[in-house]
Write a protein that binds this ligand. Structure first.
Ligand SMILES: NC(=O)c1ccc[n+]([C@@H]2O[C@H](COP(=O)([O-])OP(=O)(O)OC[C@H]3O[C@@H](n4cnc5c(N)ncnc54)[C@H](O)[C@@H]3O)[C@@H](O)[C@H]2O)c1
Length: 442
């Protein structure tokens, strides 16, 4: 049952600051609120949940609109945003924010730790608001399916914060492979130098939470635990109850292009090697193999993920003086190899360089995104552009599901067979509690 520390027992109204800016925001034309579409020149009224860390970057990236509400469970961590946008109404609890301001908000940005993406985003969708949610979309596969359904029903503009999906490099890889630049792809390798936070560890010692933090609200729907040293900020990534390890953190970046190019949806066999993981924390490193059967006239495909310092075998096509980068992707086809350097599908090259020089680039067929993922989302809300590429219904819920399957294989400790139709691992009902964990009432 829920327990609360002294901060959690403070009145939810106790941290509300009403400002002239928020009152002015009520002057937005009614049809803007009703349809979620503003005429050119009009600003959307933005509410941001989780405004420290990446949240502050996101607030700045939507600050061309009007920031009307900022919500953070820690008034020190959120202090930078509060200071920069003094006219925004401040909240600790996003539920209170929606209860009190839903009719004064046009769109919502969620940048909390992974375990709070789902409940906060659901609340926004229930209120009919367009959402921008950080990656991974959700912490669990069950939540990704539920959020996808809710987004479909809400019919609002959505975007996940995997910024690489707006990149030129992501489009180039897809256009090149679709045009047959390397023939039929049979292997994909993707790797990251993360984790740069503790993994493969036990829970640290219990401590008193800082006075500025509402620990009960930070935990949200996660199982109750006492506040522990060094879990936040940022390091929560390594703990299964809050984050999704190196794979969940970087997979939605590095595996985005492979997922898009190769359409890696559906049932798949997965096996994982890893070290140091346990029931509470993700492993120090992992190597995860996804094996897709032959589909649509294409031969079987093997996709391998590496983290924690592991890398794929060096491709023989790479020139002797060149190193594999810290993070990247290799696509191997029956007629060539593409190496992508960087975490966001930044710069694809055919290797060796002689192959790149001889390569006749196909025509660019995929529309380009100008201005990054926030702009793409805002333009779509205003009716000035198409649905964002990483929208929940068509892309990011399925991408997140695919990424999180790797963690299921790590937790299973044996090869697994994912049944996408039934939303279960064949013959392993004990994994259901990781697919659909219960949510604490807080
Ligand atoms: N797209 C990117 O390149 C990128 C980069 C970094 C982080 N991220 C994502 O951003 C999210 C946050 O990561 P971070 O490193 O900034 O974490 P963090 O712990 O540094 O910051 C999280 C912020 O959210 C606040 N918060 C926590 N629970 C909250 C709640 N229930 N309601 C309101 N505020 C709450 C915290 O107080 C803090 O200010 C993660 O999902 C992460 O994957 C994305």
């Amino acid at each position: 049952m829920m327990k609360g520390n002294s901060a959690a027992r403070l009145s939810r109204r106790g941290f509300l600051t009403t400002t002239a800016g928020a009152l002015l925001a009520c002057g937005m034309p009614a049809w803007v609120r009703a349809q979620g579409v503003a005429p050119k020149g009009n600003k959307l009224r933005m509410a941001c949940i989780g405004v420290g860390g990446q949240g502050l970057n996101n607030v700045r990236n939507v600050a061309g609109e009007e920031i009307v509400a900022l919500c953070d469970v820690d008034f020190i961590r959120g202090g930078g945003a509060f200071h920069q946008f003094p006219n925004a109404v401040r909240y600790r609890d996003y539920r209170q924010m929606f209860d009190e301001m839903a009719d004064q908000i046009d769109a919502v940005v969620v940048s909390t730790p992974d375990h709070t993406h789902f409940p906060a985003a659901m609340r926004a969708l229930e209120a009919g608001k367009p959402i921008y949610v950080e990656k991974p979309l959700t912490r669990t596969i069950g939540e990704a399916r539920l959020l996808k359904e809710a987004a479909r029903k809400a019919g609002v503009v959505t975007q996940m914060g995997n910024q690489g999906h707006t990149n030129e490099g992501t489009r180039l890889v897809k256009e090149w492979i679709d045009a047959g630049a390397i023939g039929t792809v049979t292997e994909v390798h993707a790797w990251t130098n993360r984790p740069s936070w503790p993994q493969g560890i036990d829970l640290p010692a219990i401590e008193k939470p800082p006075l500025t933090l509402d620990w009960n609200l930070w935990l949200g729907t996660a199982p109750w635990d006492d506040y522990r040293r060094n879990v936040l900020p940022f390091n929560w990534r390594g703990y299964w109850n809050y984050g999704s390890g190196a794979l969940g953190d970087m997979g939605c970046h590095l595996l985005d292009a492979p997922f898009w190019v190769m359409d890696l949806r559906g049932s798949v066999k997965i096996s994982a090697e890893s070290e140091g993981g346990n029931k509470v924390a993700a492993p120090k490193w992992s190597i995860i193999n996804f094996e897709y059967p032959a589909r649509g006239g294409c031969p079987p495909l093997k996709m391998t993920w590496y983290d924690g310092g592991k890398k794929p075998p060096r491709p023989p096509e790479l020139e002797a003086e060149k190193e594999l980068p810290g993070g990247g992707t290799i696509y191997r086809g029956d007629r060539g190899v593409i190496l992508v350097t960087g975490d966001y599908s930044d710069s694809p090259r055919l290797i060796p360089e002689t192959a790149m020089k001889e390569f006749k680039r196909p025509e660019k067929t995929i529309p380009r995104v100008h201005g990054g993922p926030h702009k793409e989302w805002i333009n779509a809300i205003k009716g000035n552009g198409p649905a964002p590429g990483s929208n929940i219904v068509e892309h990011s819920a399925d991408l997140t599901e695919f990424v999180l399957l790797g963690n299921l294989a790590i937790i299973a400790g044996q090869p697994i067979e994912w049944d996408a139709e039934k939303l279960e691992v064949k013959g392993m009902p004990e994994l259901n509690s990781f697919i659909h964990p219960s949510h604490r009432i807080f």
